[in-house]
Design a binder for this molecule. Structure first.
Ligand SMILES: C[S@@+](CC[C@H](N)C(=O)[O-])C[C@H]1O[C@@H](n2cnc3c(N)ncnc32)[C@H](O)[C@@H]1O
Length: 398
């Protein structure tokens, strides 16, 4: 039996996300441009929907089959989730198409012995309300993250965060000053200068796509022409590009040589380095530094839904330790009177306030914490971000 191209593509991507640690957004972006637009849209809906609702779909499969989903082989798990998602969430897909394609995908992936089971379970999945076994499943979050957000943010905010994590984020573009006449039709100006929201399905025109939360960070640097600016964790260069508009003399660094390739076209000097080690800029301090640190990414779950199933509580501590090192190294090359912005797209205080506190304790009294900003998905538009401004004091003249 032929399998619809969108379901075949979604199955292959979900299997790679499940078994190879791949990122769904990257695999979706790599689907052939020759694919029919409607198939691309359906594949995206299926992949992102299955990942956003994963523990609910596993619960439904267990509920209707009497067997816990993790006991299945990956191919069977993915075929069941794919079928259950369509049956519960997509009312324009015929039931027979959803069930039959999941059965065929099970067979064609070499798991023919489970095809009868997949068929029997999916035929039982209906849209009747179910009682979720916990608040975490009800909000489609892992138990530990749900408990952590409840403790840190309370019930109402956790519900908002979970709701934002279960939806596709809106798309924003960055429009440099003076190019407003080129803004694509239908794009809406936002409260942030240069940031426009695209209507669903619209292309970015000549501009690049950048989340509104991400665009809100660079203005905190208060950059001006001629300043020496270090972008320490720069790849793929979204914020570097935005910073270059101010005319600062910019150096962009990253640990990943591969990821730095994407920054090459911006034309500023690039340095591949590990920012957890002493930085090679002694005697040449920077007026402005951005530390857009590697982090857990819990502020971006709507965009990267698989993160929540991959992250472990111990990852937060691992990130925190690395972030403290990077921030401490960065402060060592901040010029007197300079300004550094530390940012993450994490919602976890250990990666945010705690990192800043610990690094400031290490470097001593010549640095002071300025403004901190937190954007929470569901409260502010876009992804979640944290930013702290740190200023270095000007030495008194003798
Ligand atoms: C949040 S991303 C940066 C996003 C970027 N600022 C932008 O706006 O496009 C974090 C970056 O830190 C880099 N990174 C991770 N560990 C690092 C380290 N020890 N030293 C320098 N860069 C590191 C990663 O390769 C990644 O590109």
């Amino acid at each position: 039996m032929t399998i619809a191209p969108a379901r075949r593509a979604a199955f292959d991507i979900l299997k790679r996300v499940e078994t190879q640690g791949a990122f769904a957004a990257d695999l979706l972006a790599a689907l052939p441009g020759s694919m029919d637009r409607r198939d691309l849209n359906l594949a995206t809906e299926l992949v992102m929907g299955c990942l956003r609702k994963q523990n609910q779909l596993d619960f439904l499969v267990a509920h209707f089959s009497g067997r816990p989903a993790p006991k299945f082989d990956a191919e069977v798990r993915v075929a069941l989730r794919l079928g259950a998602y369509q049956l519960r969430h997509l009312d324009r897909i015929p039931r027979s198409a959803a069930v039959n394609d999941s059965v065929s995908l099970t067979r064609s992936s070499g798991k023919g012995s489970a095809a009868g089971f997949v068929n029997a379970v999916l035929r039982k999945v209906d849209s009747s309300p179910v009682k979720w076994p916990s608040g975490a499943v009800a909000t489609a979050l892992p138990e530990w993250l749900h408990a952590r957000w409840l403790a840190n943010y309370g019930g109402a905010a956790t519900a908002r965060l979970a709701d934002a994590a279960s939806r596709a984020p809106e798309t924003y573009i960055h429009v440099p000053a003076g190019r407003e006449t080129e803004v694509p039709e239908g794009a809406e100006r936002t409260e942030l200068a240069g940031c426009y929201k695209l209507p669903p399905g619209a292309g970015p025109g000549p501009f690049w796509i950048q989340d509104i939360g991400s665009q809100a960070l660079v203005p905190l640097l208060e950059l001006s022409a001629g300043q020496r600016f270090l972008d320490l964790c720069a790849a793929p260069g979204n914020k570097t590009a935005q910073a270059l508009e101010a005319g600062a003399r910019t150096v962009a660094c990253d640990h990943s040589v591969k990821r730095l390739h994407a920054v090459q076209s911006l034309g500023c000097p690039l340095v591949a380095l590990n920012a957890e080690r002493p930085l090679p800029f002694a005697g040449r301090p920077f007026d402005r530094i951005l530390v857009d640190a590697p982090c857990s990414g819990t502020g971006t779950l709507g965009r990267n839904p698989e993160i929540r199933w991959r992250l472990q509580p111990s990852d937060i501590e691992r990130h925190r330790a690395r972030q403290v090192e990077i921030l401490t190294r960065a402060l060592a090359v901040l010029a007197p009177g300079g300004r550094l912005v530390y940012s993450t797209c994490s919602l976890e205080p250990e990666e945010n306030e705690a990192v800043v506190r610990q690094a400031l304790m290490r470097v001593g009294p010549s640095f002071a914490l300025g403004r901190t900003v937190q954007r929470l998905p569901g409260r502010e538009p876009g992804d979640g971000f944290f930013a702290a401004v740190i200023k270095s004091s000007v030495p008194r003249s003798v």
